[in-house]
Design a protein around this ligand. Structure first.
Ligand code: ADP
Length: 196
């Protein structure tokens, strides 16, 4: 099964992706995680991405497209994958289509987690405060001002992306405001409806 999970920062993509990974024996490909790992490892791509991410801006399309393409070729992705955080722009979606075609792979569904953007800032700020209180790990972009930019990047890019997948008839919208188990059931229903 090959899926895309769309949704703003703090929409619960990671939580839902993790459940789908366990349920379907597929891997989660999070471009954010991949870029942070590359930055930590000090690879050329990572070094390029590090400051951009810290500012809450988008990394150039060709950088993310390359890391996704390489990752999809790895053995553990053969059974399927769930893309989380990619594509974020229409050019990335077009590049993904081309890439999958070249690899002889097909996308099964695109799930769009719909969340009220006005509550996101609050939700993530409390997640940041919790992590701080617990002395847990914080990301360099876990900062209220940067967060505003990340949400703004989403607000700018997402409508065209949703449009793109709507036209291809692969889009399933799910209410991301409901409690986690309900969102999970709604995703299952949406996937069931596509015959997966
Ligand atoms: P969030 O969804 O919480 O903002 P991510 O972990 O998905 O966080 O992404 C963190 C950062 O990594 C983004 O703000 C951006 O700089 C970079 N990034 C991740 N995925 C992409 C992408 N597909 N295109 C461009 N930049 C990306």
């Amino acid at each position: 099964m090959r899926l895309i999970l769309l949704g703003p920062p703090g929409a619960g993509k990671g939580t839902q992706a993790q459940r789908l990974v366990e349920k379907h024996g597929i891997v989660q490909l999070s471009t954010g995680d991949m870029l942070r790992a590359a930055a930590k490892a000090g690879t050329p791509i990572g070094l390029r991405a590090k400051d951009i991410m810290a500012r809450g801006e988008l990394v150039p399309d060709e950088v993310v497209v390359t890391i996704v393409s390489d990752r999809v070729d790895e053995a553990d992705a053969r059974n399927g994958f769930i893309l989380d955080g990619f594509p974020r722009t229409v050019p990335q979606a077009v590049a993904l289509d081309r890439m999958l075609k070249e690899k002889g792979l097909k996308l099964d569904a695109v799930i769009d987690l719909k969340v009220d953007l006005s509550i996101l800032q609050e939700r993530i700020e409390s997640r940041i405060a919790d992590a701080k209180a617990r002395g847990g790990p914080l990301r360099s972009d876990d900062d209220p001002e940067i967060l505003k930019k990340r949400i703004e990047a989403y607000r700018t890019q997402n409508p065209a992306l949703v449009d793109y997948y709507q036209r291809l008839d692969t889009l399933k919208s799910v209410d991301g405001m409901a409690p986690i188990p309900e969102v999970a059931s709604a995703i299952d229903r949406a996937l069931g409806a596509t015959g997966l």
